[in-house]
Every structure is written in structure tokens, then in C-alpha cells.
Design a binder for this molecule. Structure first.
Ligand code: AMP
Ligand code: ZN
Length: 469
């Protein structure tokens, strides 16, 4: 089955042809660790996790590399903005190193809670400074750089087709760049590879280099580290859409200039999670974290489920109302799964042909540029399908959950549902007593409470039963 991905570079859906048959190398831009990741960032990591798990599901061997941007101030491409890491350090009375390690750990914990698998390799920028220096030296030898005011710049005019990824006009690119006017740049879109003369004079994170003591520019870490770990031709490179016009455009310019050939075959970008009032940004301080959702009573997997209900290339509007909808829907789904698991009979045979046909259906949806909403439709079909026995259903649910990663069959989750079942039984008992006492109002109220939890009660001569709607 062909796995199709929308390639930002070609602007069409393409069949994935890995460089090495059966293996896929993926590089994803990791977090800048001066604050907690916001749920927008986490949406992108969930999308990348689903990509990786879909490929694994389809039988590919995936090598996934992600960087950690732990060098201070690597937030803007120029010598502009604020030193985010130093700001975080003074805000929290910690050293910049402590800040970086603290937020890296917090990020990895968030990922764990969201069932986002740890990449095969996580590489910290601060541990790859020498690789970056070597990379800049190659660019310098090949004539792509110039030095001005003590800093090493990449000259974009030396690289043909600078605009190929973003496909924007020069004005749009410049606007996207949001660069402060730097009088030392030959072209306003040039970017710094190595700073020795920064406006941030009291930098703690500084390293010796052939150009003097300083620190790397923002983009060079991803080129240097991705090539180090995945080789000089990479299958897939991912990130959020905000990276298209600046960060990834600059990564391509410096990597292809150094290598002398095409570097990444497929560029995949996740659209933004947005709030009603607009963009969520780490720097504005106005953002929602996973912990905040948990404080509000949601489980991290409610958020994962919420994200999986929409295509990754569509903007997703976040609100607590829609998260609540997702929470209810996930609960309903788990109740159905639980019913199946509790009612399966050990001697029911699994028919390989039937399983195969549903696996094919599921595979064709995830292979269509990760059509997760349709993949959930296949799951619902399996749950409803009268010709499948409960053993077959449970098998398929577990199988699809390798991609969804919602713990649909986990014992812990089942325990929670069993507790819920007890709660339902207790409410029904209370309703029976209320009805005996002709307290119809309480009886109706209980029916409503259960209905709002998607539980329908059925009264008959034999008594009251219930089912998940
Ligand atoms: P950062 O830590 O700011 O470098 O961002 C980490 C990842 O999150 C990058 O891939 C960004 O493109 C992505 N990202 C940033 N903001 C959002 C958002 N609101 N929604 C989805 N992804 C985002
Ligand atoms: Zn990057």
C-alpha cells in the first residue's frame, strides 16, 4: 500500500519512497526549553508521533531524531528579540543551564503523559557545538558566508532557489522574517551562523570557535544534528507551519549549500492550534499548558483524542467546550470497548481474513496523509460490526491503538470504567428507590445525569438495564 504524504516542497500529496527500502528517517524540530511547552506545541508533537506510529504500523523501521534547543536566545534568526533563556533564568532565579534542563524534563514528561513516544535520538544543541562549527567551516570554505561586525552570516544570494519551500514573494518572506534592520546584512534575509558580537553581552553560554568566542545562530543546529544522525539525505523533516518561511527555509539553504545536493525529500508541516483570540505563543506568556488542562479535570489523553479528531494540516480551534466534547466522546468509546472486552469468550476464533480486511481499511486511511478522522470511523465500524466476534473486535482495537495510543484496552483505564459502572449501578438503584417512593422528579433527574454521560437506561418488566449510547 502506498503511503501518501503532503509535501510542502512540491505542494502535492506524494507517494513516500524511502531512500532505503523499508526504513524511514524522520527529523523533527524539538522544543526551545526556556518555558513549558504549550498545548499548541504539543499538538505538533502528537502529529509527529502519529506519523511515526503509522509508518511503524505499516511495517517501516523508523529512526526518529529530535533536537532540544537549549542554547539561549535561539528564538529569532537575528540578533534581535530578547534572550529568552536568560529571561527565564532571572525570572526563576536559576542558571540558564538549570532552566534548560528543567524545561527539557518537563517537556519529556508531558510527552510521556500524552503517549508521545521518545525519539530514537534526542540531541541537545549545547552538546553539538563542535558539529555546528565544522558545518559553518564547510560553508565558509565553499564561499557561502561573510563576516561583518564580528558575526558570521550566511549569504542567501549565493544559494539558488532560496524560496523553494515557502514559495513566497520576497516581501512576504521579509515580513515572515520579522527581522530588525541589521545594517551589517548584505541581504535582509541573510542570517547569522555564529555570533561573537551580540547585543547580549553577558552571555553565559559561550564557546570558543575559529571566529572567536560566541554562540551559534538559530538554524544551524538542526542542519548539523540531523545530518550527523540521519545522513546527508533525509526522508522526512517535520515541524509546525511557522517554521516554513524562516527556520526550514534557512535549514535548506545551509544544508544544501554544504552538501551540494538535495537534502530532505518530504517536508511535512502541522497546522496551528489556535485560540479564539488568536495565536498561542510561548513568548507572550499567554498560553495553556498540559498541566492546566489536568487541573481543569481533563486527562492528557482527552487532549490527544481531541487533536486526533482533526487533520493535521487544518488549523484546530481550541476551547474548553470542544475539549469537553472530546472527553465525552472518548469516554463513550472506552465504554464500548470495555463492553466488548468484558463480553468476549475465550473460545471465540479469530478469523485471519476478516482481521486482514479491516487492517487494510485502517491502513488505507492512515496512508492517506494520516487521515485519522477516517481511521476512527474504521474503528467505529469494527465496534458495530455484527459479523465480528468480541475476540476479533478486541484484537483489532488493540491493533489500531498502536497508532491512536489512547490506552483503549489498558487495565488502568478499564479499572476507571469499572468504577464508573459501579457508579451507574448505584444511580440506577437510587432511581429504583425514588420511583418506589413516587419521587418521580429524582427519578428523572438521575435519568438525565446518566444521559449526559451517554448512558441510556431501559425500563422493562424484568427491571432496569443500561447501555452506552
Ligand atoms: P518551539 O518550542 O517554539 O520551537 O515550538 C515547538 C514546535 O511547536 C515547533 O514545531 C513549532 O512549529 C510548533 N508550534 C508552535 N506554536 C504552535 C501552535 N500554536 N500550534 C501548533 N504547533 C505549534
Ligand atoms: Zn529545526
Amino acid at each position: 500500500m502506498d503511503f501518501k504524504v503532503y509535501n510542502t516542497l512540491s505542494r502535492v500529496k506524494e507517494k513516500l519512497i524511502p531512500i532505503e527500502e523499508g526504513k524511514v528517517g524522520i527529523y523533527t524540530c524539538g522544543p526551545t526549553v526556556y518555558n513549558f511547552a504549550h498545548i499548541g506545541n504539543l499538538r505538533t508533537y502528537i502529529f509527529e508521533d502519529v506519523l511515526k506510529k503509522s509508518l511503524t504500523y505499516l511495517g517501516y523501521e523508523v529512526k526518529h531524531v529530535m533536537n532540544i534547543t537549549d542554547v539561549g536566545h535561539l528564538e529569532s534568526d537575528g540578533d534581535s528579540g530578547e534572550d529568552k533563556m536568560a529571561l527565564g533564568a532571572s525570572r526563576e532565579k536559576k542558571t540558564v543551564w538549570e532552566i534548560a534542563r528543567f524545561y527539557e524534563e518537563a517537556f519529556l514528561k508531558d510527552c510521556e503523559k500524552l503517549n508521545v513516544e521518545t525519539p530514537s535520538i534526542i540531541s541537545r544543541a549545547t552538546e553539538h557545538i563542535e558539529d555546528m562549527i565544522q558545518f559553518i567551516k564547510i560553508l565558509e570554505e565553499k564561499g557561502f558566508t561573510y563576516i561583518a561586525n564580528g558575526n558570521v552570516y550566511f549569504s542567501i544570494d549565493k544559494f539558488e532557489d532560496y524560496n523553494k519551500l515557502a514559495n513566497l514573494t520576497l516581501e512576504e518572506l521579509e515580513a515572515g522574517n520579522r527581522v530588525e534592520v541589521d545594517p551589517y546584512k548584505k541581504n535582509p534575509l541573510d542570517f547569522v551562523l555564529w555570533f561573537t558580537n551580540s547585543k547580549f553581552t553577558n552571555q553565559i553560554m559561550q564557546w570558543e570557535s575559529p571566529w572567536g568566542k560566541g554562540f551559534p545562530g538559530w538554524h544551524i543546529e538542526c542542519s548539523a544534528m540531523s545530518i550527523k544522525y540521519l545522513g546527508d539525505r533525509i526522508d522526512i523533516h517535520c515541524g509546525g507551519v511557522d517554521h516554513i518561511p524562516v527556520h526550514h527555509t534557512n535549514e535548506i539553504a545551509q544544508s544544501e549549500s554544504a552538501l551540494g545536493h538535495k537534502w530532505v525529500n518530504y517536508w511535512m508541516h502541522g497546522e496551528f492550534l489556535v485560540l479564539n483570540k488568536g495565536k498561542m505563543s510561548k513568548s507572550s506568556g499567554d498560553f495553556l499548558t498540559l498541566s492546566r488542562l489536568v487541573e481543569e479535570g481533563y486527562s492528557p489523553l482527552d487532549y490527544r483524542y481531541f487533536c486526533l479528531q482533526s487533520r493535521y494540516r487544518k488549523q484546530l480551534l481550541f476551547s474548553f467546550e470542544s475539549l469537553e466534547e472530546a472527553r465525552k466522546a472518548l469516554k463513550k468509546l472506552k465504554n464500548k470497548v470495555n463492553n466488548i472486552v468484558n463480553n468476549k469468550l475465550e473460545d471465540e476464533k479469530i478469523d485471519e481474513n476478516k482481521i486482514y480486511s479491516y487492517k487494510e481499511k485502517f491502513s488505507s486511511q492512515i496512508s492517506d496523509d494520516l487521515n485519522l478522522p477516517n481511521a476512527f470511523t474504521v474503528l467505529e465500524e469494527v465496534i458495530k460490526e455484527g459479523t465480528l466476534n468480541n475476540n476479533e473486535k478486541a484484537y483489532l482495537i488493540e491493533d489500531f491503538d498502536r497508532v491512536f495510543s489512547l490506552n483503549l484496552l489498558s487495565e488502568e483505564e478499564t479499572k476507571e470504567i469499572l468504577m464508573d459502572e459501579k457508579w451507574v449501578e448505584e444511580l440506577i438503584e437510587e432511581r429504583n428507590i425514588a420511583r418506589k417512593n413516587k419521587d418521580w422528579a429524582r427519578g428523572d433527574e438521575i435519568r438525565e445525569i446518566l444521559l449526559s454521560n451517554n448512558i441510556e437506561i431501559i425500563d422493562s418488566k424484568e427491571g432496569t438495564t443500561w447501555r452506552v449510547k
